[in-house]
Design a protein around this ligand. Structure first.
Ligand SMILES: N[C@@H](CC(=O)c1ccccc1NC=O)C(=O)O
Ligand SMILES: [Zn+2]
Ligand SMILES: [Zn+2]
Length: 212
């Protein structure tokens, strides 16, 4: 079965966190200019589009991306539609009512569109209570289609801190517009950037193995 791409396509001018470094690929070599090959020169914030946060992004004592094991990002996951569980402070823990346990990876569809024409400053963040409930049920990675697990205006980053305290890793900026709720195998591979706070990632969903 064809993998379902749940990454955001990156094009010049991709909307980034306000004030953050823009994404661009400028021409390097060009065959048309007499070079042997075409190449590009990439420049971007580490938080562009679909990306993972390493703990060091929100905690000076946290590990950088190279120290996060890849198995965090690859394996069984549950995708839930959270749109009916968004309160004034974000996705609320009642989303998980009646679920006795969860796989290690939980993806939340909050309703962001497939493409952002401007940075979505009114996205649905996650409440710290939801983060704690997910961790209690066995989750190690929480993913969202919103650009951050905390509100744009937050200075205290309470949901990031709740993830740190509960040992949860973070995947942000997914494209879940075409993904149906259910159980899948997540394959999410961040760029292998050493010593960084975050990295863009390609994320796909595969059918869950039979019997899962
Ligand atoms: N927490 C957000 C990013 C974030 O907060 C941010 C990203 C780039 C530049 C500034 C940021 N926050 C400033 O308060 C995230 O993890 O994507
Ligand atoms: Zn981020
Ligand atoms: Zn974040």
């Amino acid at each position: 079965m064809r993998p379902l791409d749940i990454s955001r396509a990156l094009t010049p001018g991709h909307p980034n966190w306000p004030g953050d470094a823009p994404y661009s690929v400028t021409p390097g070599a060009r065959i048309a200019s007499g070079d042997t090959v075409n190449t590009g020169v990439l420049s971007t914030s580490t938080h562009t589009g679909t990306h993972v946060d390493a703990p060091w992004h929100y905690d000076d004592h946290g590990v950088t991306l190279d120290a996060v094991p890849l198995d965090v990002y690859v394996g069984e996951c549950l995708l839930l539609d959270a749109r009916a569980h968004v309160g004034p402070d974000g996705v609320t823990p009642d989303l998980l009512d009646g679920l006795p346990s969860l796989p290690e990876r939980l993806l939340l569809h909050t309703g962001e569109p497939e493409r952002w024409t401007a940075f979505p400053d009114t996205f649905a963040p996650l409440t710290p209570a939801l983060v704690r409930r997910a961790a209690d049920l066995g989750v190690r990675l929480v993913g969202t289609d919103a650009p951050s697990v905390d509100p744009l205006s937050s200075k205290t980053l309470d949901a990031h801190a709740a993830c740190r305290d509960a040992g949860l890793f973070i995947l942000e900026g997914l494209n879940l517009a075409h993904a149906a709720p259910g159980t899948y195998t997540l394959v999410c591979l961040p760029l292998p950037l050493v010593g960084t706070d975050a990295a863009p990632a390609r994320a796909v969903l595969l059918p869950a193995p039979r019997g899962a």
